[in-house]
Design a protein around this ligand. Structure first.
Ligand SMILES: CC(=O)N[C@H]1[C@@H](OP(=O)(O)OP(=O)(O)OC[C@H]2O[C@@H](n3ccc(=O)[nH]c3=O)[C@H](O)[C@@H]2O)O[C@H](CO)[C@@H](O)[C@@H]1O
Ligand SMILES: C=C(OP(=O)(O)O)C(=O)O
Length: 429
């Protein structure tokens, strides 16, 4: 298993480009299942989760290839599928594999999808996906670890289309909104999704679907109104995946902790407002352009308290990385996690590096100290891994981060980008 070896203490400087967003790429690649024509995407990040999604799509019978001469471009052709089943072995490592359910059911009237795996950050049920699809007329049972779904039966052998419905989810759910949105594009009549997630990745999916001929209104709001159509088509041009706001936020936190002067290119500052505000509160200097952010930091940052919540509030996917900054900040901070019940797996590992953190229910109290000290730590989930890398960059001596397959699920060559900024970091095979 690969590990990262980090020798802390280097300032970061220079420029890097941010990759396409994992959490936009995964649903959008699955959206290609909604039509029989080849759909091309640009700015597709090179991540383990993207490779797993392409494997799932190939298993279903689609062709899914990166272009040899422009390897950020991927074309999916789901013209002829051979099965409607996404098996456990392929989906166990990835939460987002649940996103084939809505498209398969909507286009073919049936799907058999293993309950998904992914980061161990909470119980993560998919009851809202199931309830929403049931409201659209689907018959769904969970059997032997699989969600078995069928559209309402028609008069002949063919299933009917799903039916538009008014659906209000019990909580804001990102992949739940995405699954129901995709299903609704091909349903008969109007669907209204209330309490919809407003994350930029959901909006980017809706932009793609509309470019494929869907009729979705209310983009970026908590009410999505969808008029179902009979078929979707390939968009006229390759769909560019939006930049990864969480990758960008992770590098911003790395500079806030380690100090330096870095410009992040091909990014969207307007997707990161809350994180940028908190970094300013920490004393970090930021300048933002249309597609770049320059970050400068000297000395210890100031401790900043925050609370995670749905977009546009502070993202849960940035909680661990910002906590690493607080570990070496001046002062005491309170970090409250409201989305996932078990997202403090990084705390014990940060404590191994010398951090002073006490967890009280959903809140972690972090007392900043001037220096962390290098140690061997274990990555437990994707963003926890990123927080350990940030901590390693500022720890005295050597930090070894084990089990970085979690990191590879969601970061596009993180250690290569950090090395380009002057970090002393290497991957050990
Ligand atoms: C691939 C992807 O985009 N992953 C993101 C997505 O995950 P994901 O879509 O899985 O997260 P959700 O937004 O669905 O989860 C929010 C909360 O709702 C609960 N819930 C959700 C669905 C459901 O049917 N029942 C239920 O109880 C979850 O357990 C959690 O407590 O949004 C999360 C919250 O921003 C991010 O951390 C993940 O990076
Ligand atoms: C929790 C995350 O991913 P996933 O939903 O794919 O497990 C994440 O991106 O931080």
């Amino acid at each position: 298993m690969d590990k990262l070896l980090i020798r802390g203490g280097q300032r970061l400087s220079g420029e890097i480009a941010i990759s396409g967003a994992k959490n936009a790429a995964l649903p959008e690649l699955c959206a290609a299942l909604l039509c029989a024509e080849p759909v091309t995407f640009a700015n597709v990040p090179k991540l383990q989760d993207v490779s797993t999604t392409l494997k799932v799509l190939r298993h279903l019978g689609a062709t899914a290839e990166r272009r040899a001469e422009r390897d950020d471009e991927v074309t999916i052709d789901a013209g002829r599928l051979v099965t409607r089943e996404a098996p456990y072995d392929l989906v166990k490592t990835m939460r987002a594999s649940i996103l084939v359910l809505g498209p398969l059911l909507a286009r073919f009237g049936e799907a058999r999808v293993s309950l998904p795996g992914g980061c161990a950050i909470g119980s993560r049920p998919v009851d809202q996906h199931i309830k929403g699809l049931q409201a659209m007329g689907a018959d769904i049972v969970v059997q032997h670890g699989y969600i078995v779904a069928k559209a309402p039966s028609g008069k002949g052998a063919r299933p009917e289309r799903l039916r538009g419905a008014k659906i209000t989810t019990d909580m804001v759910t990102v992949t739940g909104t995405e699954n129901l949105l995709m299903a609704a594009t091909l349903a008969e009549g109007e669907t209204v999704l209330e309490n919809a997630a407003q994350e930029p990745e959901v909006t980017d999916l809706a932009v793609l679907l509309n470019a494929m001929g869907a009729r979705i209104d209310g983009l970026g709001t908590s009410r999505l109104r969808i008029q179902g159509v009979e078929a979707l088509h390939a968009p006229a041009v390759a769909h560019p995946i939006i930049p990864d706001r969480i990758e960008c936020g992770t590098f911003l936190c790395a500079v806030a902790a380690a100090g330096g002067d870095v410009t992040l290119r091909r990014t969207r500052a307007d997707h990161l407002d809350t994180v940028l505000d908190k970094l300013r509160e920490a004393g970090v200097q930021l300048e933002c352009g249309a597609d770049w952010i320059r970050v400068r930091a000297e000395g210890r940052p100031k401790a900043v308290s925050f609370r995670t919540s749905e977009y546009p509030a502070f993202p849960t996917d940035m909680q661990a990385q910002f906590m690493a900054v607080n570990c070496i900040a001046e002062g005491v901070s309170r970090v409250t996690e409201t989305i996932f019940e078990n997202r403090y797996m990084h705390v014990n590992e940060l404590v191994r590096l010398g951090a002073h953190i006490a967890v009280d229910g959903h809140t972690a109290i972090v007392e900043g100290i001037p220096k962390l000290s290098g140690a061997t730590v274990m990555a437990t989930d994707l963003r926890a891994s990123a927080s350990l890398v940030i901590a390693g960059l500022v720890a005295e001596g050597e930090t070894r981060v084990d089990r970085i397959y979690h990191l590879d699920r969601g970061y596009d060559r993180m250690e290569v980008k950090l090395r380009a900024l002057g970090a002393d970091i290497e991957r050990i095979k």
